[in-house]
Design a protein around this ligand. Structure first.
Ligand SMILES: [Zn+2]
Length: 110
């Protein structure tokens, strides 16, 4: 499918917003998971025991997965972007998700 330049720019905008939301969600999730991972049976973190942190961590994980499932989609074809953290193109429709300036600045992670 062919898109106009304006549409392509709008897709990149939408993708950038989704990427930022996804990143914010991951940071939040990490902030919840770390205290949980550090908690032993007898220890508490910020006065919270594992009995309290456990359900919170599980709820955060479930929430994160649901959020990701809904948010982490291609703005053009609305298909899931999979596990790629910051893909340059949609693997389904091939639409460019990031601008070339950002692509040059990115660090390669393998
Ligand atoms: Zn797509």
């Amino acid at each position: 499918m062919e898109y106009t330049d304006q549409q392509r720019a709008a897709f990149k905008d939408a993708y950038t917003k989704r990427f930022r939301k996804e990143r914010a969600m991951l940071v939040l999730l990490f902030a919840v998971m770390v205290p949980f991972a550090l908690t032993d049976d007898d220890r508490t973190v910020f006065g919270l025991s594992e009995t309290v942190l456990g359900p919170i961590a599980i709820a955060a994980m479930v929430g994160g997965v649901i959020f990701s499932f809904r948010n982490w989609r291609c703005p053009a074809c609305n298909k899931g972007l999979g596990r790629a953290f910051n893909p340059k193109r949609c693997r389904w429709c091939g639409i460019e998700l990031r601008g070339s300036r950002e692509a040059r600045a990115r660090t390669r992670v393998r």
